[in-house]
Design a protein around this ligand. Structure first.
Ligand code: KG4
Ligand code: ZN
Length: 338
């Protein structure tokens, strides 16, 4: 069988990434240039700075990825690029680079949804079995996605306000921790105990939706009230209590959805999937459901990368999906089946 080789490009937020993937599940190269250091002093991603970094880094990252994979443009069957959602200026850099390469080398172009990418990061670990449920937790998204086949996505639950990662980053800022706050809260949480009583937004009994803004406000109020009363709250206990509340809701709803939809596989996806507490609790909970295979990607595949974009591109390309050279970055792109 002839190999299929996909070039993936991802520039939707603050990582400039290019990867080469063979047959949809084998990484030949996966190069990521992170901009975190540049955004840290602003306490979040500054869109204009992100775009400028992508322009500076993309050709370097591209050359490195091609070299590491030991391929030429003649070997590439398709170029997959993140079309959205994300920061419009950042998306445009990747999309325009992909279009230029596709045009210059006469290679088919495939626009990819960033969240589909996060889900497909799991395909480097194991082959998908359907029906599959994905818990997607990132800086911009918190979703439960049901898949009955490759390229078939049904969002059965999503956040009504803040994304889980966003809540982590905001709580971290309240505790004066550096950006991005998720890993810092995670570390702090393991040094404390969940002794503070914080809310859990279960919403309607049958809803798979999430809400984290009430929890975030409760953390801020708890700190504020303690300060006014001259009481001391241990930051590690606050972090542990916050993390406990987030994990409790995420895991309980994931387990319920897995049972309700009788899925055979559950995959974890997105930057917050790097959370040690979440990984441990999911593993513990799914031990009690031996008929469901739980897949958790390694940390390097949880945060933004281009291998995951190439993985979706591979399946979409096989299914005949092609993008025109008029492809544009779409910051509000919806997750659609293909
Ligand atoms: O998926 P991602 O790299 O970018 C988006 O597409 O949003 O996710 C980034 C998010 C940030 O909010 C970051 O704080 C969070 O993932 N994150 C974590 C951890 N590592 C990264 N959140 C909780 N615990 C972690 N260990
Ligand atoms: Zn992401």
């Amino acid at each position: 069988m002839k190999h299929q080789i996909i070039l993936g490009i991802e520039t939707s937020c603050d990582e400039t990434a290019v990867a080469i993937v063979r047959n949809g599940n084998e990484i030949l190269s996966n190069v990521v240039a992170s901009q975190i250091e540049s955004h840290k002093r602003f306490g979040g991603v500054v869109p204009e700075i992100a775009s400028r970094h992508h322009v500076e880094q993309l050709t370097i990252v591209l050359e490195e990825a091609m070299k590491e994979a030991n391929v030429t443009y003649e070997d590439i069957n398709a170029i997959a690029v993140t079309e959205g959602p994300g920061l419009v200026g950042a998306l445009l850099i990747g999309v325009n680079a992909a279009k230029a390469l596709a045009f210059a080398h006469n290679i088919p172009l495939v626009g990819v949804h960033h969240i589909a990418g996060h889900i497909y990061a799991n395909r480097f670990i194991t082959e998908f079995q359907f029906p599959l449920l994905a818990l997607v937790v990132s800086g911009g998204h918190t979703e439960l996605v049901l898949m009955k086949d490759h390229g078939d996505f049904e969002v059965i639950g999503e956040t009504r306000d803040d994304a889980a990662g966003e809540a982590y980053d905001k709580v971290a800022r309240t505790l004066s921790l550096p950006y991005p706050g998720g890993p810092h809260i995670d570390k702090l949480a393991h040094e404390g105990s969940p002794v503070l009583d914080l809310p859990r937004a279960w919403l309607e009994p049958d809803s798979y939706d999430f809400s984290f803004s009430g929890l975030k406000s409760a953390v801020i109020n708890t700190l504020h009230n303690a300060k006014q009363r001259g009481e001391d709250i241990k930051p590690e206990d606050l972090a542990a209590s916050f993390q406990e509340s987030v994990i409790d809701v995420l895991v309980t709803k994931t387990v319920k959805a897995a049972q309700d939809f009788a899925v055979v596989q559950v995959v974890l996806a997105g930057g917050v999937a790097a959370n040690k507490g979440l990984r441990a609790r999911l593993e513990e909970s799914f031990k009690e459901l031996p008929d469901v295979e739980l897949t958790i990607p390694p940390l390097s595949l949880c945060t933004d990368n281009a291998a995951m974009i190439a993985a979706v591109g591979s399946v979409a390309f096989e299914k005949g999906v092609r993008s025109e050279l008029s492809l544009n970055g779409n910051p509000g792109l919806m997750l659609k089946s293909f």
